[in-house]
Design a protein around this ligand. Sequence first.
Ligand code: FAD
Length: 468
Amino acid sequence: MSYDLIVIGTGPGGYVCAIRAAQLGLKVAVVEKRGTHGGTCLNVGCIPSKALLHASELFEEAAHGFKKLGIDVGTPRLDLPAMMAHKDTTVKSNVQGIDFLLKKNKVDPFLGAGKIVAPGKVEVTMNDGSGAKVLEGKAIVIATGSDVATLPGIEIDEKTVVSSTGAIALDKVPDTLVVIGAGVIGLELGSVWARLGAKVTVLEYLDRILPGMDGEVAKQFQRMLEKQGFAFKLGQKVTSVAPAGNGPVTVTFEPAAGGGGETIAADVVLVAVGRKPYTDGLGLDEVGVARDNRGRVVTDAHYATTVPGIYAIGDVIVGPMLAHKAEDEGVALAEILAGQHGHVNYGVIPGVVYTMPEVAAVGQTEEELKAAGIAYRSGKFPFTANGRAKATLHTDGFVKVLADAATDRVLGVHIVGAGAGDLIHEAAVLMEFGGSSEDLARTCHAHPTMSEAVKEAALAVDKRPIHI
Ligand code: FAD
């Protein structure tokens, strides 16, 4: 039971770190207390939510989009159990894929709860009831991810007051859904149920949706969601959520700036106010691994914690809680442990909201550039002027390219539009290579594609778009 590396947690951070380390010749064990590998992302996060987003988007299209294209399917009927079965099958095939990959790379899996009992020693309480095993490793990686956060006094029962986990498993479409929190998860899962027929109201403490994303993008996107039937109550502080047996849940809120309270009743309330690092039962205090004031494991630039030989990556440390950030940290750390120079460029981590239209961003927002005093030029191009968007009836949204005023280096790209989550990657690659808006504008883009809007936005930085 002696390893070069023991990884605790097999989410996108942990399993990717384990595989990369094994590729580099390290003897690796992983410890996972959930019954399956893949972590939050594959089991209850990215993958199931995208399965439901895709299915519900097609349902909505069939009901309201097909007719305009000359397809009359009548009124589509929702088979929610079948939609949920699609989600479950998707999750199953993805988590089984991780089993296969771990085996292929000769990583030893231990299904059980891991606890660091001393530097170099992890005790695993096995899920199968076979007792505790002690694994020894030259290095230990904490990749235990995050868990749902809630507000004080709000109890999540996963039936009428749900977290994202309950919201991807409702057994019927609620007539009314209140979403607390206008972040990515709230808007994605709100979209799923709105498309399936729920009347969705979003309560948000801040005076805007999608905190952290470009302000202009957030404003326009809010209007698009409102057109889809979303109601937003911004600048509101939720003070209580009171379930009443099987009846509706009463949500009480008041203006964040002060003032009289209001109530709203809903069949289901989704609490989507964020996630918190998960370190329960890991024994961190006993071994002396420091955490910050938000409970995140403190690491240096090479993912080393305050205890030699113990490292941490992913949602459990500082930075955006995103699967691909966790994965890239997993790769970087494995390479560092194998004596290479692993590195993550935190300036170029794309963020995507998988709604319809999608929202995608990489690099800095206008607000961030202004706050940093960086002079920039902006180029914008709307999808209404893009031929492919017209042909597919996906004309909502735009591309915005922000480039340094002096050097023309692209500093940020922000997209609202169908397929934005894929379009953003040409910007990410460009930015990794320190490219300019002129580089983007001079790159030949296939016609007719949505990507042409990216090229046109780059041309617009120099005030010379062709198609507008
Ligand atoms: P996790 O995926 O949380 O994995 C940690 C694992 O560690 C868990 O399986 C846990 O059981 C295990 N563990 C914890 N403690 C122990 C212990 N003591 N012993 C053994 N095992 C332990 N991100 C995106 O990039 N794109 C998306 O579209 C996206 N959609 C999301 C949708 C939802 C609804 C949610 C909730 C999240 C979404 N995320 C998305 C976020 C993404 O899931 C996380 O950023 C990602 O899973 C973090 O990976 P991780 O490896 O750090 O941790």
